[in-house]
Ligand binder design. Structure first.
Ligand code: DAH
Length: 339
């Protein structure tokens, strides 16, 4: 028995472990209920009485030795593991994802910036408007279909209070406030009682422009819009003005830009025509100037209005207008802009 104890003492002294798991395996091998040291304790009952004292002492020494040795091995790994969990300041950090601006904001700001370089200031007006600012002051005849319930959202069925159907209302508010010369753009949200589809939404955005001064001519309108088109769509862009009708401009026109995708040759986006319609414009009708207290003999002006969604869809090749309003991160995160 004493020899066995002596052999185990030597064995335990020489123990080593390469990991915390190995140290735990040694504890099981020597100190658990079925371990080698415990087995000797089991044999203790067979030791003759006169030897019990000495063998007992040696056994306890062996047990203490094994406990100390194995605990020491375990402790050495405990320290290492703790160290390995300590913060490693040399590791690359997890970077926080940057937010981005909404594509409609990017396009709106780009457009506004181009006009501000041409001396246009920026103004905004209310979304909840009255009939005067949206229709009457802009020369809309009483029976004009845009005044109809089908197109216009009225508030509390009061026919005088409504959600503006276009940002042209801000022209009126500006003329009320400011004497000519006026040179300003008006970005904002507009509302129309329309069925929502891939091409139309009941909420969308417009940018209106207004220039009133002495001797403003259609040539000025054309040059300003050509400059805008080249700045926004590229230096090779051409424009085309087609006669049109709006109650608040005379003459009126719709402007097309040469298709930036096919360069005017004709493709599926421009439906083979080589042209894309992007805005309405014209010379401010003298009746509109007079309604707003501006002498139409002294002053002339031009106005234009464009849909931000339409231009964003052309710029980014977005096929469905609803994507701009659904806030799907997979869609939004594709648009990057410098702030
Ligand atoms: N208000 C028109 C619309 O919503 C757009 C427009 C056309 C604005 C011609 C103008 C303009 O200022 O001159 O369809």
């Amino acid at each position: 028995m004493l020899d066995k104890i002596k052999a185990l003492v030597e064995e335990v002294k020489a123990l080593s472990a390469a990991s915390a798991e190995q140290a735990e395996a040694l504890r099981i091998k020597y100190l658990s209920k079925k371990g080698a040291v415990s087995a000797l304790f089991d044999e203790f009952k067979n030791v003759p009485a006169e030897k019990k004292r000495e063998v007992g002492q040696r056994l306890n020494e062996l047990k203490n030795l094994a406990q100390e040795k194995i605990n020491a091995l375990k402790d050495s790994f405990l320290g290492k593991e703790q160290n390995s969990k300590a913060v490693d300041v040399t590791l690359p950090g997890t970077s926080a994802a940057f937010g981005g601006r909404h594509p409609l904001s990017i396009v709106k700001d780009d457009i506004v910036e181009i006009f501000s370089h041409m001396g246009f200031t920026v103004a905004e007006g209310p979304e909840v408007e009255d009939d005067w600012h949206v229709f009457t002051a802009l020369n809309f005849p009483l029976e004009h279909p845009a005044r109809d319930m089908q197109d216009t959202f009225f508030i509390n069925t009061n026919p005088d209070i409504l959600l503006r159907t276009h940002t042209s209302s801000v022209q009126v508010r500006t003329m009320e406030r400011q004497k000519p010369p006026i040179r300003a753009v008006f970005p904002g949200r507009v509302f129309r009682n329309e069925a929502i589809s891939a091409r139309a939404h009941c909420i969308f955005h417009q940018i209106e422009g207004l220039y009133i001064a002495k001797d403003v001519s259609f040539a000025d309108l054309k040059q300003v819009l050509l400059t805008f088109a080249k700045e926004f769509f590229g230096a090779d862009t051409q424009i085309r003005l087609r006669p049109s009708y709006f109650p608040f401009t005379e003459p009126s026109a719709e402007m097309d830009v040469s298709c930036s995708l096919c360069g005017g040759k004709g493709c599926s986006v421009c439906k083979g025509t080589g042209w894309l319609e992007i805005l309405g414009c014209g010379m401010v009708d003298p009746a509109v100037l007079e309604s707003n207290g501006i002498d139409s003999k002294e002053y002339t002006g031009f106005a234009f209005g464009m849909g931000v969604e339409r231009i964003a869809m052309l710029k980014y090749q977005v096929k469905d207008i609803r994507l701009f309003f659904e806030n799907d991160m997979r869609f939004l995160s594709q648009f990057k802009s410098a702030f």
